[in-house]
Design a protein around this ligand. Sequence first.
Ligand SMILES: [Zn+2]
Length: 147
Amino acid sequence: MKENTQGCPRIDALSALIDEALAAEAAAEIRTHAATCPLCGAALADLHRVRTAFARMPMPVLGRDLAAEIGRRIDAARPAAARPRGRVRWGWTAAPVAAGGALALSFGVLLGSLLVAGGSVATPRAGLEAFATVPPGGICLAPACLR
Ligand SMILES: [Zn+2]
């Protein structure tokens, strides 16, 4: 049984007892506790009164299918272009995704083949010497580099 810090069952356990959703052992444990605990006894009595009051309420009967009516109103409020036309047509909308996927796959195969072949990936050198960390890079501030 789930309990709070005072050793009382949680309200969801009391509610489950009222709904007859607990196993017999757990239900008996809660009933035993509620018989001696004024807080849980009162909560259980309140839940029982609520359940009884709901059970006495008349079941409303609608004269029509409300879901179909709501669906018709949603369709009427939606612009014609946004209305579903049956099955989904991918057409050219999937072309950029497919092209991107093919490009990424090709690039992966290229890099993988370079690694498997033992080759190294050539890095472009033009214009990057200024950012090199090892002299003769242009950013070296060591006295030897400043001469
Ligand atoms: Zn209690």
